[in-house]
Design a protein around this ligand. Structure first.
Ligand SMILES: CC(C)(COP(=O)(O)OP(=O)(O)OC[C@H]1O[C@@H](n2cnc3c(N)ncnc32)[C@H](O)[C@@H]1OP(=O)(O)O)[C@@H](O)C(=O)NCCC(=O)NCCS
Length: 207
């Protein structure tokens, strides 16, 4: 599958959806013009089977309906683009699914896997969520077989809280999943740790 290069510009006049910039990515609200690029990457069984609500096959109409849905709940769903070239890379979001704390979700187009993009996008969104709101924590879950996603969560500071089942639309079934949580204090501690210098190491001295 080929990425469709599109503009990184935020939709004009929309003051409620921030544009987030990380080292290699720009995250902004998805707009209707993104639908072909979204459909091109989301039409992938490997993505559908690891996410709760992405159907398979996935066409342009699915992408348009999804984008229209995100506009009804602005500020919590981001489309990620490469800063260099503007190619659409994937999606991340944080949403309340009947829980007290919102749950994050994300996917990246297969041509972009293994470059650290999902981690970079999710970190940017987490930083935004904890600085723009007073959220106490974020939740996440992934299929027990989804080791790449689990690793993304670990690299973002999430801690395992338990196991359960999650419904996967593309499978028409519920599958075992692991649940995770990142609380604000842990996030703040990790941010602070990143700013500290590595310790100075001196030669060991025999007692
Ligand atoms: C999961 C997903 C978002 C990861 O995207 P990505 O951009 O490749 O992620 P990153 O490069 O930031 O990090 C992936 C990590 O998983 C690791 N990984 C990948 N495949 C793995 C595997 N089979 N076993 C163990 N670790 C694996 C990578 O080595 C990397 O860790 P590292 O940086 O410590 O080496 C992407 O594969 C995807 O969209 N999958 C389908 C949809 C999905 O699973 N969404 C999440 C739903 S919970």
């Amino acid at each position: 599958m080929t990425a469709v290069p599109i503009s990184c510009q935020s939709p004009p006049g929309d003051l409620f959806v921030p544009t987030l910039e990380s080292e290699r990515l720009v995250l902004r609200a998805p707009v209707l013009a993104d639908a072909p690029a979204v459909a091109a990457l989301a039409n992938n069984r490997k993505i559908a089977e690891m996410t709760t609500s992405i159907p398979h096959p996935y066409g342009l109409a699915d992408a348009e309906a999804w984008i229209a849905g995100t506009a009804r709940n602005p500020g919590v769903t981001f489309a990620a683009f490469e800063r260099k070239g503007g190619a659409f890379v994937g999606v991340c979001s944080y949403e309340w699914r009947g829980e007290t704390i919102p749950e994050i979700g994300y996917w990246a187009g297969e041509p972009f896997w293994g470059r650290g993009y999902a981690t970079e996008a999710v970190r940017a969104m987490i930083d935004h969520a904890f600085t723009a709101t007073e959220l106490e924590a974020l939740a996440a879950s992934c299929r027990v077989t989804n080791l790449a996603s689990r690793r993304v969560l670990e690299k973002c500071g999430f801690q395992w809280t338990g196991a359960g089942l999650c419904r996967v639309r593309a499978l028409g079934a519920s599958v075992p999943s692991d649940r995770f949580r990142l609380d604000r204090r842990t996030w703040a501690a990790l941010r602070a740790w990143g700013k500290t210098r590595l310790p100075v190491r001196r030669k060991a001295v025999r007692a």
